[in-house]
Structures are given as C-alpha cells and as structure tokens.
Design a protein. Sequence first.
Lengths: 345, 308
Amino acid sequence: MNYINYIIPLWISDNSYCTLKLLEKILSKKNDRKLDGDKIFKMGATLAGCFVLIVIVLLVFQLITQSYPIWEEEGLSFIIGTDWNAADGRESFGALPYIVGTLVTSALAMAIGVPLSIGIAMFISDAPKKIGAPLGFLVELLAAVPSIIYGLWGLYVFRGFFMNIIEKPLYNTFGDSIWLFSGTPFGLDIFTASIILAIMIIPTVSSVAREVMKAVPQQQKEAAYMLGATKWEMFKLAIFPYSKTGLIGASILGLGRAVGETMAVTMLIGNATGLNAIPESLFDPSQTMSSIIANEFVEASPAGLHLPALIAVALILLGIAMVINIIAHLLVTRMLKVKEGAVNS
Amino acid sequence: MNNIEKRQEYRALFKQNVQKRLIVDKIVRIIIISCVIAAIIPLGSILLEVFKNGIAAISMEFITQVPGSVGSGTGGVGPAIQGTLIVVGLASLMGVPIGVLSGIFLSEFGDNRLARSVRFFNDVFMEFPSIVLGIFAFLVIVLVLGHFSVWAGAFALALIMFPIIARTTEESLKMVPVTYREAGMALGLRKWVVTMRIVIAAAKEGMVTGIMLSVARIGGETAPLIMTILGSSLFFANMNTPMDALPLRIWRLSMLPYESAQLQGWGAALVLIFIILGINLGLRTLVLHKKETMEILKTLKEKIGGRK
C-alpha cells in the first residue's frame, strides 16, 4: 500500500523521466532476485571506463620501476648532466641536452605556429560559411597527414628548399654578426625541425582557437560593431579579451603536441648526442627527448644502463607532456564551459 | 563663424582617424589571408610531392613483393602493407570494444565523480606522446615475452585508439535525444537493452565515424611500432616474430643513402597516404549530408587532431 506515496507524485510530475525513475525503483524491488543484466552491463561499462585510469597508473609505475637503476646510479645529475655515453664500462648518461632540445624546438614551433593558427582561426570564424567550411576542412587535412610523411617531405623537399632560400642567405648576411644565425646551414637543424613542427601544430591550435572564438557571445561582437569598430577592432575589443584564456589553452595544447612529436623531428633535427645536442644557434643540429628514444631504443641492451636511461628520458617526457596537457585542458574547458555530465541518470 | 571652422577641423580629424583605422584593418586582413595561404601551401606541396614521386614507384611488384637487397631498388613493400593491415586490425579488435564500452560508461553512467575523472584523464591520455605508449607496450609485453611481437604493436596502437573512440562514442550517444531512452524504458526494456539496441542504433553513424578516424590515425603511427614490432622484410609468419609496417618501412628507407630507396620511400608514402586520406575523405563524403554526424565531427576535431 505504501506504493501510493510514489504514485501520487507520479501523477503530479509532468517530467516523464522522473516518473520513469520512480517506476524503475518500484519494479526493481520485484526483480532483485533475477540475474540482473543491467548490473552486469553497468559493471562492464564502468570497468572499461576505469581502464584508462588503470593504464595511466600502470604506465607511470612501469616507467618509474624500469628506470630506477639510472636514478640510483646518477641521481639528479641525470637531469642536469650533459654526457651521453653508452659504451660498456664508460656508461654515463645525462638528459639535459634533450630536454633543452625539446623545449627549444617546441618554443620555436609555438612562436611560428601559434600566430599563424590564430590568424587562420580568425579567418575561418569570420568568413562566410561557403569559404570557411572547406578551408577548415583543408586545415583539418593537415592533421590527417601522418607524422612520418611530414618527415619524408621535410627531408626530401622542404629541407633543400629551406636551406637554399632561407638559411643560406640568412647565414651569409648575419652569420658573423648575430649568434642566432651562426653555425652551418645544412638543413638538418633545429630551425627546419621547428618549422615542420609549427606546420604540424597548426590544425590543433587553429581548430581549438576557432571553437573558442565561436563561443564568444554574438552580442559582444555586435556591441563592438555598433561602436563603429572595424573588423580588426572588433576582434581586439570583443573577441580577444573574452577568449584570452581559451586561446592560451589552445596554444598550450599545441605545445603538448609539439613536445610529444617524434618522427618528423627525428628525421630533421640532425640527431646530435651529448654536449653537441645543446643547440648554440638556429643552424645547429640537436636532439629531442622523443627522437633520442626513437633513434636508440632498439639498440639499447636491457642489461646495461642504456635502456633504463632511455626509459627515464621517456618518464621526463611524459611528465612534461602531462603537465602541459592538464593545464591546457583546464584552461580550454573553463573557457568553453563544456557541458559535462551524462545524458541522464 | 568660429563654430563652422571648428566643425570642419573636427571633420578633417575624423576623416583622418577613420582612414588610419581602415588602413590598419586592411593590413590585418592581408596578414590573416597570408596566414591561411601559408598553411595551405605545405599541405598542397606534401600531397603533390607524394603523388608525383610516389606514382613512379608504384607497380604490381612494388605492392606485392618483399623488399629486394638494400640499395638495389628492386622488390616492394608487400610485407609492410600486410603488416599495417594486420597490426591495425588487431589493434581495432582490442581498442574498439574498450573504447565503445568506456564511451557508454561516460555517456550513460557518467554523472558521478569517477566518470568525471575518467573523462578528464581520457582527454589527457589522448595527448600522451605515442612513443611513451610504445615503451609501455615494450615493457609489459616485449620484455616479459622476451621477443618482439605483433601483439605488442597492436597493444600500443590500441592504447592510442581507445580514448579517441571513447570520446567519439560519448559525444555521439549524447546526441541521441533523451526521449528515445524514455520511449524504450516505457516499453519496459531494461537499460542495457535500451542502450545497446536503441541508443547505439541511433548513434551508429557518429560512432563509426569516430572509429574510422581513429583507425586512420593509428595507421600512420610510427613511433610506438619501432620498439614493438621492430620491422622486418619478410611476410607475416606468426604473432611472435618482428613484422613490418608501412610507416616503419618509410622510416628505414629514408635513412638509406640511395636514390632508389628514396623512390621506394615515396611509393610507400603514397600507399600509406592513399589508405589514410582514403578513409578520411571517404568518410566525409559518405556522411557529409548527415547533419548530426557533422556536428559530432565538429566537436571532435579539436580532440582528435593528428599525430603526436
């Protein structure tokens, strides 16, 4: 008889879903004894959902335990050391050059790629749909091209072009006076690698930046136009202040991409090791964390310290990438106010 | 008198100001258009060069034969094509169920703290450097088994794949109107039946799109394959031997100093880009008229992006 208490609100409520939940509650009392398909289903889905958490924990755990020998051997000097010698008996590893290489190439790529991407996002967000949509699609296509093909193109096409058209003239005019342009303009250096990286982060940054700019309320733009703003002034007055956080997040997301990028960089950065890998000018070969792993991982023997050293490099890389991405996600989601939560229940 | 003079003065100032602002606006417009052009040129150049150089290498022999001796320029990339298909297929077998189920969890049971953290870490995991995932597969499979194996490669690729699928599935399921679920419930169906039969049927297109996009994405991955399937020049023998894949083959070829290797590299790149862009473009033309799918694609573009 106490069902009455449930049924009365059932009639009052016009929210059909609410009533469903109540009905479910009532009926589930009867079905408790049966093997519950729903429970199994929910458990399976929850398990699959937790898979990502399990993998992350296991991943970090594995990287830490497997790189433990090198931390024991070198301690903190692994991070600040610059020598890299895998020969038996003279083993000595320091990851600083590769950390510097990664940070320098990523920073350069950001400096080139982010303004370009924001320009593209401005164009697409403001263009009529007929131009904007296909253009957006073309930029997305840049993301579909695999990294290895960027590398191949960079190695055989872009490198020669870039070396002759840009690097050599720069070297000839500024080589003696500005340290940035000293070195040998050979094409396999941080400059080329950074430019390829910049091209590769364009789709990421520009598509997020576009979404962020679209999230600016129409009234803001109209108000700016009403004050007599030109298009550029509208961007300056209405869009940039409003979407600042999201744009920064988009750039940081691009930075995360750039830091983890492997193949194209490996093919173009010149693969120096040890002290040589700290770039002294734009035309110096270097090495990033991911490229040293790609280059040496297979040859490293698990018995010595070489493999633990590479795994430790991977751990550092993962740490940097994770921090960058977490910051970026927090910034972007705050800006887009992504509606989280499930559909129901 | 004084009044009129002042007015003219102001008018002149106003004109000057407007002109200046319009010029600045023009300059910015030109800069922005050149930004767009600067991004389109590399894309055009890449596609053009791959096609132009690759087409010369393509032949029946190139697609079906094992690689010839180093530098001879004979043979082909048969094992690499086969390897890519096998590894990607296996990775899909592992990654798709986990990804779809995890997407269902996020969308249908996703209103609690656990789901929120899963959603967040899913997004973060999506951006993990793929080479680190390769090392993880190496540590838990290759080191344990003691030899390079196809499983390890497929596992690494599945790790790249499943967060993308989870996210796509979640987005597509969320697009299904709540009324569909209510109608199912009203018929007295259990929740899992409603989800599997009604919701998934309605969200099928978006989910398939996401799955295919993730397949295209892992098809071009190189870094995690280096330390898992290693590369070889023989056809598939069994799961516990090294195997070749197209991106790996391109990488090895690019390190050789011979002209013929370069040509073969372009050929392999053409095959790879044909597979990947084929999946991408095919999907888009297939689903272009479906508004819902385009919506999902739009929300996912920023999430999926390209390689790492």
